[in-house]
Design a protein around this ligand. Structure first.
Ligand code: S3P
Length: 173
């Protein structure tokens, strides 16, 4: 299948497993996995949590826009996991084939709570600290994720290995 720059973009709510899936897919398809939060952290020399605290969310969103332009111009043949709010950049579909990893909020919380270090996973995500607000946020974003995506995959209860195989089959990688 032909898509922009031959990149695959993994999109979805915080904690859905974009990073693990990107690494698994990269391993299986011999590509490189990159993550937009990691790029922002090296660009700003600051953790995401710190950027939110010190510079505010609007500043973080601007950094995401800069990264999106760089990705469109300079990155090819890669598996790109994006932050849960990255979809707001104007050029997502120009970066690659966008896969929305869909999941219920309960399944996301189960996934985080059964991981090795749940506390760390909550702590590094400022927008996940208030569970009620996060639950409202996922509902508000769901239709936007649908619009921003080329393909939707239901992920609740599936391992990244299973989802990776689904994507490989679907996109004939
Ligand atoms: C955010 C998601 C985070 C990170 C930041 C904001 C969001 O990335 O970009 O904390 O707005 O949903 P992950 O989805 O990788 O946790």
């Amino acid at each position: 299948m032909d898509y922009q720059n031959n990149n695959i973009v993994l999109m979805g709510f915080m904690g859905v497993g974009k990073g693990s899936l990107a690494r698994e897919l990269a391993r299986l398809t011999k590509r490189v996995a990159i993550d937009t939060d990691d790029i922002i952290e090296s660009m700003e020399n600051m953790k995401v949590k710190r950027i939110f605290e010190q510079e505010g969310e609007a500043y973080f969103r601007e950094s995401e826009k800069k990264v999106s332009l760089w990705l469109e111009r300079s990155v090819k043949n890669s598996i790109i996991s994006i932050g849960g709010g990255f979809f707001h950049v104007g050029n997502l579909k120009e970066i690659g084939h966008v896969i929305y990893l869909e999941s219920s909020f309960d399944a996301i919380l189960d996934r985080i709570n059964s991981s090795k270090n749940p506390e760390k996973k909550y702590k590094k995500r400022p927008l996940l600290l208030d569970i009620q607000k996060a639950s409202a946020l996922i509902n508000e974003r769901h239709p936007k994720y649908l619009l921003a995506s080329n393909t939707v995959i239901e992920t609740a209860g599936k391992t990244s290995a299973v989802i990776a195989q689904e994507i490989i089959k679907l996109l004939k990688l």
